[in-house]
Design a protein around this ligand. Structure first.
Ligand SMILES: [Zn+2]
Length: 137
């Protein structure tokens, strides 16, 4: 008897999600109560519901907060300084780097709309979630 299925890797599902996002098909996992989460979640982090539906992400979100990172771990060593942002996409908030603006300037303000995509980390070329200001904000 053996029902100990191998535990999924920590990022199982996340890489897939990143690929979808890169193709312009990003989505959020939304439970019946409307709580949003992202892969690799398998149950709603707020209420534990297991029935998560994929809802397409909007093309742009609203900047909730951003800050400049001057000192980063090895994975981001060559990227500094860079701006980190948390962006509200309705059911979910995404964390990523803010590109296309000079870090530390007022080019992007709280509440501005930014587009989401997948770009490469300067340090090692790994994909990451990136935001860029949209025209006519
Ligand atoms: Zn829920």
């Amino acid at each position: 008897m053996s029902d100990d299925a191998p535990a999924p890797a920590d990022n199982a599902g996340y890489d897939e999600w990143l690929d979808a996002l890169a193709d312009g098909e990003g989505y959020a996992l939304v439970c019946p109560d409307g709580h949003g989460s992202l892969p690799p979640r398998r149950v709603c982090p707020e209420c534990g519901a297991a029935a998560l539906a994929e809802e397409p992400l909007a093309e742009t979100g609203s900047v909730e907060t951003h800050s400049v990172v001057h000192v980063a771990g090895p994975r981001f060593a060559d990227d500094t300084p860079y701006a980190n942002a948390i962006v509200d996409f309705g059911p979910v908030r995404l964390t990523g780097v803010l590109r296309g603006v000079e870090p530390g300037t007022d080019a992007v303000a709280i509440g501005d709309r930014v587009a989401v995509g997948v770009e490469e980390r300067d340090t090692d070329g790994e994909p990451l979630v990136a935001f860029r200001p949209t025209d006519g904000k």
